[in-house]
Design a protein around this ligand. Structure first.
Ligand SMILES: [Zn+2]
Length: 322
């Protein structure tokens, strides 16, 4: 039996066929920037067809950014998906587009954490925190071997933990949140702001009128750009503070750091976050390890397939028993 996992991102849709041992096929496309949820569902269905004829597929899992209702399969809010103004039933619409194949939906960071827990850097660990730094910042919480969602599905929203009271404005409207210091979109806003105020930076030259990608930050750092160095220093410091607080609260001995920005900046970035965290961490947690995610780009889609197997597989078994 195999499962299709889809990583629905703000810029691309990445799908894999996964049979529990490995990836059998993969396909990707750009996320449509117009047409809202219906266009996104059509694009996901097209990517699934592009995987080719796959035998024995039992269902599909979708990892989507934003606030998800995993029971209803609804994406309630998705600020990073263009035109997503109100809740939309992704599971129902995608299933209808694919001849009734069952579909389960969860948050992209939750499924990324699930993949790292089962198959990646967290294999064998029952308690861990997966922190993903990309356009925004989110975390997945595994306690006692189980991925925790919380009553509204918002457990792990580390991006909106306060790292500096009254500090920088966050995309959510709050102040001093982690994401305002270490989320790629906030770092881009800050870089453009500093440039307008007269600071010289290659960050803006490298991304004129287009998105300041994680790759742009890597290039600017390599060029010794002072603004880029300052922004990354701030991001490292904020991540260190937030992770120190989160690990004290949750009693987790392992933190896995992944996501576009962390993946591109590499091991040295994660090591710097670990150092910053150690400066603040509760002294009774000497065992704490902070390591890079190991599944990279594919983690989200593999995790979505694992989530589908958990949810749809179990639902199917219950049906048989009944
Ligand atoms: Zn916020």
């Amino acid at each position: 039996m195999s499962w299709i996992g889809i990583d629905l991102g703000g810029t691309k849709i990445y799908a894999v066929v996964f049979d529990g041992n490995g990836v059998l096929a993969e396909a990707k496309s750009k996320t449509p920037t117009q047409g809202g949820p219906l266009a996104v569902v059509d694009a996901m269905a097209a990517v699934v067809r592009a995987l080719g004829p796959v035998e024995d597929v039992a269902g599909i899992g979708v990892g989507a950014p934003g606030v998800i209702d995993p029971v209803e399969g609804t994406v309630r809010q998705a600020p990073n998906l263009p035109g997503w103004m109100e809740p939309f039933g992704v599971a129902e619409a995608l299933s209808a587009a694919l001849d009734g194949l069952p579909v389960a939906v969860d948050n992209d960071v939750n499924v990324g954490t699930l993949a790292e827990h089962r198959l990646g850097a967290g294999k064998g660990a029952d308690n861990l925190l997966g922190v993903f730094a990309g356009t925004g910042i989110g975390a997945g919480v595994v306690l006692d071997g189980v991925l925790r969602h919380g009553p509204t599905g918002a457990a792990g929203e580390i991006g909106h933990m306060i790292v500096r009271r009254g500090g920088r404005l966050c995309g959510c409207g709050g102040r001093g949140h982690l994401e305002a210091y270490a989320g790629r979109a906030a770092m881009e806003r800050r870089a453009r702001d500093l440039e307008r105020k007269g600071r010289d930076t290659v960050l803006v030259d490298l991304a004129p009128g287009r998105r300041m990608t994680s790759g742009v930050f890597v290039k600017a750092l390599a060029a010794g750009d002072a603004v880029a160095i300052e922004l990354i220093d701030d991001a490292v410091g904020a991540l260190g503070v937030a992770i120190a607080s989160a690990t004290s609260l949750l009693d987790v001995p392992l933190v896995i750091v992944g996501g576009g920005l962390a993946d591109r900046l590499g091991l040295s970035f994660v090591q710097r976050v670990e150092q910053a965290c150690r400066a603040d961490v509760f002294p009774r947690n000497p065992e704490l390890r902070i390591v890079p995610a190991s599944l990279g780009d594919r983690g989200g889609s593999i995790g979505a397939a694992l989530m589908a197997a958990d949810r749809i597989g179990v639902a199917a078994e219950k049906k048989v028993v009944r």
